[in-house]
Design a protein around this ligand. Structure first.
Ligand SMILES: NC(=O)C1=CN([C@@H]2O[C@H](COP(=O)(O)OP(=O)(O)OC[C@H]3O[C@@H](n4cnc5c(N)ncnc54)[C@H](O)[C@@H]3O)[C@@H](O)[C@H]2O)C=CC1
Ligand SMILES: NCC(=O)COP(=O)(O)O
Length: 333
């Protein structure tokens, strides 16, 4: 069994990440959570705990002390900067701590000090205002993975739950850009990574992939768009020729009901909302965002920063706890 702990990033300090980190630690025994540490500011987390009246001792630690500290206190690996944030009030000035937390978590995991990175949510537009050039964690983690001359990798976003796993082939782009961004090569590359990681990390011997069409009724023989026949059909053919169990393009409106979900292990959707609407509808509290294609394990809750409820103490920690459990499972594989 892998004894290394997990590293949980700070996320946006004005969002629900700080309170969820504290709540996850409070639930550690009941929810059988693996040991983890937050990469953040111990004083900030202590202030958030005090704000709610939660009894959470905070232990500033070095990475090698996380496991021994975890049962009695929430271990926090301190950042180089102090964090001061008001719940629900995002500010681009928080960007340095947000990014330092991610950077250090990746470095520590790659150095073998921890088993996996679990990220608390970030608000992308807030980081953009501070000059951040990557669309989101998914793409930023791939850039970090490539640092130091390592081979570039193609990150694949998968949202996973016991009921459904979905993969958006195109991710953080506008809907109007999707048809031109969608290529047979991109779909094949994504399908290969999903099939490989479902087998190697999730232990599914022969993963079944279902590819959604882009257009209504998967194009209705070209009457409602040609991308399905021109781009997706050849991708399915290539994947099948490689021995991957791939089906499609399937009409997206009928592939997510309960009986249809039993026919595949992961649905490859052609754009962000085609993938995320079904899983967030079915499993908002349990689903986990996991990045495939990286040389390390990264998971995250499926939800965002939820500024509308930050500081109210009503945010549910379920998805973060599912992300911690999945990270521990995948980090052992
Ligand atoms: N992995 C990440 O870093 C992610 C970041 N985001 C970012 O989050 C920001 C806000 O995005 P939204 O679309 O508003 O989505 P959101 O998930 O933050 O909130 C959507 C709705 O769900 C509720 N909600 C979210 N998490 C909850 C929880 N744990 N317990 C109870 N209710 C919860 C919120 O109160 C809100 O009403 C965006 O800037 C986006 O970029 C969104 C998804 C993932
Ligand atoms: N809607 C999911 C999402 O935006 C997560 O993005 P990332 O920050 O994990 O890349």
């Amino acid at each position: 069994m892998n004894q290394r702990p997990l590293l949980l990033t700070q996320g946006d300090p004005a969002g629900i990440g700080p309170e969820l980190s504290l709540r996850a630690w409070l639930e550690r025994d009941r929810a059988a959570l693996p040991p983890f540490a937050v990469l953040g500011d111990p004083d900030h987390l202590a202030r958030v705990a005090a704000m709610f009246g939660w009894s959470v001792p905070i232990a500033p630690v070095a990475p090698e002390q996380i496991r021994s500290a975890f049962s009695d206190a929430l271990p926090v690996v301190p950042l180089s900067v102090a964090v001061s944030a008001e719940p629900g009030r995002p500010d681009p000035a928080h960007a340095p701590s947000v990014l330092e937390s991610i950077d250090r978590a990746v470095r520590l995991v790659r150095a073998g000090s921890a088993a996996a990175v679990v990220t608390n949510p970030i608000a992308k537009h807030v980081l953009y205002d501070a000059g951040f050039k990557h669309p989101g964690h998914t793409e930023y983690l791939a850039a970090l993975a490539a640092e130091g001359g390592a081979e570039t990798c193609h990150p694949v976003m998968m949202l996973w739950s016991e009921q459904l796993a979905v993969v958006p082939v195109t991710v953080h782009i506008s809907l109007s850009e999707v048809p031109s961004a969608l290529t047979t090569d991109l779909i094949v590359l994504t399908g290969r990574i999903v099939a490989r990681e479902l087998r190697d990390r999730f232990g599914i011997d022969r993963p079944r992939l279902a590819l959604a069409g882009l257009n209504p009724h998967a194009g209705e023989n070209g009457a409602m768009g040609t991308e399905d026949a021109r781009i997706i059909v050849p991708a399915v053919d290539i994947l099948r020729a490689e021995g991957i169990d791939a089906a499609g393009p399937l009409p997206a409106d009928t592939m997510f009901h309960a009986r249809a979900r039993g026919r595949y292990d992961a649905a490859l959707a052609m754009y962000h909302d085609q993938a995320l609407i079904p899983i967030k509808t079915i499993a908002f509290d349990e689903a986990v965002n996991v990045t495939l294609g990286l040389p390390f394990v990264r998971t995250s809750p499926d939800h965002g920063t939820a500024f509308d409820i930050a500081g109210k103490g009503i945010a549910r920690p379920d998805s973060l706890m599912a992300a911690l459990r999945l990270a521990a499972r995948l980090g052992r594989a």
